[in-house]
Design a protein around this ligand. Structure first.
Ligand SMILES: NC(=O)c1ccc[n+]([C@@H]2O[C@H](COP(=O)([O-])OP(=O)(O)OC[C@H]3O[C@@H](n4cnc5c(N)ncnc54)[C@H](O)[C@@H]3O)[C@@H](O)[C@H]2O)c1
Ligand SMILES: [Zn+2]
Ligand SMILES: [Zn+2]
Length: 417
């Protein structure tokens, strides 16, 4: 059968501030536990932006970016018993063996075997820094999937690509964020960050029983999207979020907080919060230097966030005494600025981590299939891979209306909507 996409293209990381759409070789099986898939949908994530801005360092030049995909199995290694060529699958962003004690306990993001740098090296994910693999990523036409038995999940026939691609990373991460924050029935929850992960955290917190969900961001279109889920938006460029949250919770604060911002947090540009930063501006400048020792902005593009710990500091001040915080926003391993004293003084519980994707994906696919949840409402652009670099830049500068871009590999001429 003639392939619809003419060239074997992939988004390749060359340097901080330098990514390209390159021709790459079609990957081949390397281990008996591998599978090769033909990708039908991929996507661009906020984590990819950290890698290009330099706020998550240690990328190996030549690594294919991307950790979200839906595709069709082309070939399986001899130890992959559960899949056959032709199966439609979603890829878990983090790689897991399925048999170590961590995987068996549900900590798939801390698998002992997936990371080639050894069991203590932490999470292995597609298209990440050398310390995470490096495993070539999924913004590509084909990919090699290590430990395919666990890293792939079969997609039910009734779930379309646009739904399944959201279950590859962002929806399970939002779900995981609500679990880390310990959301229970009746809770008042604050989600910091209204990017797609924040939107998924809102949807997840509600389905895990939250009675109220407040959302803080500085971008109107994203706050509107949260309002469409009946969340209560707070624009940090108009109000001081700490004051607004305390005021709307009887001065008590919220029971649970989910940080869906991470290291590229920004300072308010205007409004009362701009004059009431929790630490002096110079402290944030120092933090930025620590988080991104190397950056390479191109005008307004690829600029590291100018307040790396701000979301965490707001999280601490918005939480009720003895409340809990779940951190899913990414902070690089070298980042050590954390409001520990305030957290201790207020008896807060804090949990952080990379999503254990494999733990949640089957259940979330079931919820999507049943209609309990439709994550396609957070997709704002669908485009062909040849427009991927433009999509990266517009997403990076947080252009109004750009929340989640899906790369459709079967319709190369699809243009942004
Ligand atoms: N833990 C995991 O497994 C996992 C998985 C996927 C994504 N992530 C991380 O989740 C985060 C969000 O991802 P995304 O795709 O939604 O990215 P995104 O960049 O689209 O969203 C981040 C949002 O935070 C907002 N923001 C910036 N500064 C803020 C502040 N001070 N207070 C409140 N909001 C602020 C931005 O305006 C933006 O809307 C990223 O750090 C990403 O790396 C983690
Ligand atoms: Zn991601
Ligand atoms: Zn494992």
């Amino acid at each position: 059968m003639q392939r619809k996409v003419p060239a074997v293209k992939a988004v390749v990381w060359h340097d901080v501030g330098d990514i390209r759409l390159d021709d790459v070789p079609v990957p081949t099986l390397q281990e008996p536990t591998d599978a090769i898939i033909r990708i039908t949908s991929s996507a661009i994530c906020g984590t990819d932006l950290h890698l290009v801005r330099g706020t998550m360092s240690g990328m190996k030049p030549g690594t294919v970016l991307g950790h979200e995909a839906v595709g069709v199995v082309e070939e399986v290694g001899k130890d992959v018993r559960g899949f056959r060529p032709g199966d439609r699958v979603v890829v878990c962003s983090t790689i897991s063996c399925g048999y170590c004690s961590y995987c068996r306990a549900g900590y798939f993001g801390q698998c002992d075997n997936a990371n080639p740098n050894g069991p203590q090296a932490g999470t292995s994910f597609f298209g990440g820094p050398e310390a995470t693999g490096a495993v070539d990523g999924l913004q590509a036409e084909y990919a090699r999937i290590p430990y395919a038995t666990t890293t792939l999940v079969k997609v039910p026939d009734t779930v379309i690509d646009e739904q399944a691609i959201m279950v590859s990373d962002v929806l399970p991460t939002g779900w995981f964020g609500a679990r880390l924050a310990q959301v229970t029935e009746g809770d008042t929850v604050l989600v910091l960050g209204a990017g797609v992960v924040g939107q998924c955290a809102v949807a997840s917190a509600k389905r895990q029983g939250a009675a109220r969900v407040l959302v803080v961001d500085g971008i109107e279109s994203r706050l509107e999207m949260a309002r469409a889920q009946n969340a209560e938006p707070v624009d940090y460029n108009r109000e001081d979020p700490v004051e607004a949250v305390l005021e709307s919770t009887g001065g008590i604060g919220v029971d649970r907080v989910i940080d869906a911002v991470g290291v590229d947090a920004q300072r308010p540009e205007k409004g009362p919060a701009a004059d009431a930063l929790p630490v002096p501006a110079a402290t944030f400048d120092e933090e930025r230097q620590l988080a991104a020792p190397q950056s390479s902005p191109d005008g307004d593009v690829w600029v590291p966030g100018d307040a790396p710990s701000l979301a965490l500091r707001w999280a601490t001040r918005c939480a009720a005494k003895a409340g809990s915080i779940g951190i899913i926003g990414v902070y690089p391993p070298n980042f050590d600025r954390f409001p520990l004293g305030e957290m201790t003084n207020r008896n807060l519980t804090v949990q952080a981590g990379n999503c254990n994707h494999r733990r949640y994906i089957p259940r979330l696919l079931g919820m999507v299939a049943s209609g309990a949840l439709d994550p396609t409402e957070f997709i704002t652009q669908e485009t062909s891979p040849r427009h991927a670099l433009d999509a990266y830049r517009r997403f990076d500068t947080r252009e109004q209306g750009w929340v989640k871009t899906v790369l459709d590999l079967e319709s190369p001429d699809t243009v942004g909507t």
